[in-house]
Write a protein that binds this ligand. Sequence first.
Ligand code: 13P
Ligand code: SF4
Length: 346
Amino acid sequence: MSVFIDFDQAVYPFPPKPASLDADQKAFYRERIKALLVEKNAVIVAHYYTDPEIQALAEETGGCVADSLEMARFGARHHASTLLVAGVRFMGETAKILSPEKNVLMPTLDAQCSLDIGCPDEEFARFCDAHPDRTVVVYANTSAAVKARADWVVTSSIAVELIEHLDSLGEKIIWAPDKHLGRYVQQQTGADILCWQGACIVHDEFKTQSLEKMKAMYPDAAVLVHPESPQAIVDLADAVGSTSQLIKAAQNLPNPSMIVATDKGIFYKMQQACPDKALYIAPTAGEGATCRTCAHCPWMAMNGLQAIAAALEGDDVTHQIHVSEQLREKAMQPLNKMLKFAESLK
Ligand code: 13P
Ligand code: SF4
């Protein structure tokens, strides 16, 4: 049994786009960043949704390009004293919670996430207080304060397995904040889930009718869908999974082409994984309508070369992630449980 509660849709302020750079400027910043990484004993921890040039730079300099779970693991394990997290705010906070001794920098602290914005900590705490009999499971895309209120943190790559496990122990769940992932996990596991009604502005924009038309245009293509997408899109999928799982699916499925319903930043690594396959982004704009994000997270796009250089350059506190020790200790517990659980699945 599942109960879904409706909350008012939060208003998401759109961030400014980073200034575009010409080829000489790009080359200058790339070299500057490489020198600063060595000088500051720093490493880049980048998400698949950042722009291809950021992912390429992370790879070239010994950093990582990964999903949110692997970013957390890599940052905690790496010997560098500074982590430059190219992603969104919750990823920087997660890195700091797991590695308090490290200096965690972000190109901009304004790189938000609509799921995080849509789940304010005090409102969420009241929601949990109203259901004390439920185990609180929050998606990694949340603030440190929301994590601190949770029993478990989880990422999309292990969400089904964790909820299956908790359900087998007879636990009833509060799931937050993504309503689509919550519904997907509920359908996969049959668990009793009470779900917060947040959404990702990027995945929420994929359009069913246009996707059906695209499938008809490319009958040999497999459809790959991130579970933050609406039900009707998931229903058209040949594979549903986290970013890293979608890359594996693109590699393993026999189809010569893929229609991909997630942020198009993923194409950089997906094309590396299967160079001979054609990759198409799933349609985001319906007939006569316009898309707002056009399959690229506006906050991920803030991680430009110039901003990375600025973050590494100075002692500028506007790039530094801080989490109070009291909050960190609380948020670390459900995060560590997630990491241990992920290990147990290997
Ligand atoms: P992953 O955990 O699959 O990397 O997804 C994070 C995210 O923000 C998806 O929109
Ligand atoms: Fe958040 Fe969606 Fe951007 Fe991922 S793609 S960081 S869920 S807004």
